[in-house]
Design a protein. Structure first.
Length: 408
């Protein structure tokens, strides 16, 4: 009798264990589709509609297409790429400009400098870090902060940035990653192209040269997508195409020379073209502020404590005591005169329409032929976490509820 009872109990226990295993299996059986996040630096919200981008038009037609993607302030390359990949405002992820000074550390940050890879600059958690925490392999064929000096904070696979790296070489590098065995293949990949930004700066946002460059970039994307289709994997991938900011044209008649307002002996200036960090020397705070206010025309000047809350910017040691920002289309000069090789730019107030960026997405997790109004780029990080089923265990500024409607 005891043996029969024991057997029955063992059978019951094993059946419970089996049911639990099945439950766990079903909980984790949701297909996690590989996502490729592509950045077209400086590709303004309206460029797709110019008739030079048939590949992008197809994605926009068949997938999700936003009227615009709002950048964070300042609408500069590094702050926005890092906001996209962390879900944080620059005041919180730490990269407050392409060039700035940390007044607490007494150190300067400049993009492209070796010391810019030091992990202490980067206060947010990049999505590839989130992937690695969740045992998901991530790769980056270029993205700001992917070269973090701390190996644990980098993607599993990455390439150090090389500005002149051929675009087809970049694409083929991603295709090679997608050939790797399942246990080695990345499930999240970033890919970056600079040409809309480079040609926009050099020739202008309405130039023939920019349009031709965008047409050539579209051909690269066409090649990439064709290769994915030939391998019969295109339909199983989520592809998100974004830009970091827009672009607006400049004129030598719309310049403000800060050195003519503030003498060198009064303050140090870190000029980011359309906004500048001004740190008065001891005893000159009020004088510098008064000079800037007296000459205020086509720019705004703020004491650090007065920077508008909508910029999410002032509570950071990397913001100077005085901050100035030019009106959209105006340019700050300091040491160099206006150049006819720099005729358009960005970085302005993120409400300026010319600063609005691009967002489109296609794949098994996205709605089809879905047109929407504006999205915010800080909401892309929680969107990625949702696609992968990751819990967010740290504070972010993005809000999944602002963007989740684009998913099926």
């Amino acid at each position: 009798m005891k043996k029969t009872y024991l057997k029955a109990n063992l059978k019951y226990i094993f059946s419970l264990q089996f049911a639990f295993i099945l439950l766990l299996s079903s909980a984790f059986s949701k297909d996690i589709h590989t996502t490729i996040l592509i950045s077209l630096d400086g590709f303004r919200y309206d460029y797709t509609e110019r008739g030079f981008n048939s590949t992008l038009k197809d994605v926009a037609k068949e997938g999700v297409y936003a009227a615009y993607l709002q950048p964070v302030f300042p609408s500069s390359t590094f702050p926005n790429h890092i906001s996209i990949i962390t879900g944080l405002y620059p005041g919180n992820h730490g990269i407050v400009a392409n060039n700035f000074f940390d007044y607490k550390k007494n150190e300067q940050y400049s993009i492209g400098k070796p010391e810019a890879t030091n992990s202490s600059w980067y206060l947010g958690e990049a999505f590839w870090e989130t992937c690695r925490k969740n045992n998901v392999i991530a790769a980056s064929y270029f993205w700001p902060s992917s070269e973090n000096a701390d190996e644990k904070r980098r993607p599993n696979y990455y390439h150090p940035y090389e500005h002149k790296r051929d675009y087809l070489e970049r694409v083929n590098g991603v295709l090679d990653w997608l050939k790797l065995p399942i246990g080695e293949q990345p499930k999240f990949i970033t890919l970056y192209f600079d040409s809309p930004d480079s040609y926009g700066h050099n020739y202008g946002s309405n130039s023939r040269e920019l349009n031709e460059s965008n047409k050539a970039l579209d051909s690269v994307l066409s090649y990439f997508f064709t290769e994915l289709k030939n391998r019969k994997i295109f339909d199983s991938l989520n592809i998100i195409i974004v830009s970091d900011h827009g672009m607006t044209d400049l004129s030598k008649e719309r310049t403000i020379n800060l050195k003519q307002i503030i003498p060198d002996e009064y303050a140090t200036i870190i000029n980011n073209s359309v906004y500048a960090f001004i740190q008065p020397k001891e005893g000159f705070n009020q004088k510098v502020y008064e000079l800037l206010k007296q000459n205020q025309n086509y720019y705004e000047v703020y004491k650090k404590s007065e920077i508008p809350q909508r910029y999410h910017y002032k509570n950071n040691d990397r913001i100077s005591d005085i901050f100035v920002i030019a009106d959209c289309g105006w340019l700050f000069l300091t040491d160099r005169p206006f150049s006819d090789k720099y005729v358009a730019t960005h970085g302005y107030d993120n409400r300026c329409m010319d600063m609005q960026a691009t967002f489109m997405a296609i794949g098994p997790d996205f709605k089809k032929s879905y047109r929407i109004n504006g999205l915010r780029n800080i909401d892309i990080y929680p969107l990625l976490c949702e696609l992968y089923g990751f819990e967010i265990d740290h504070k972010i500024d993005g809000d999944l509820q602002e963007i989740i409607h684009i998913l099926k």
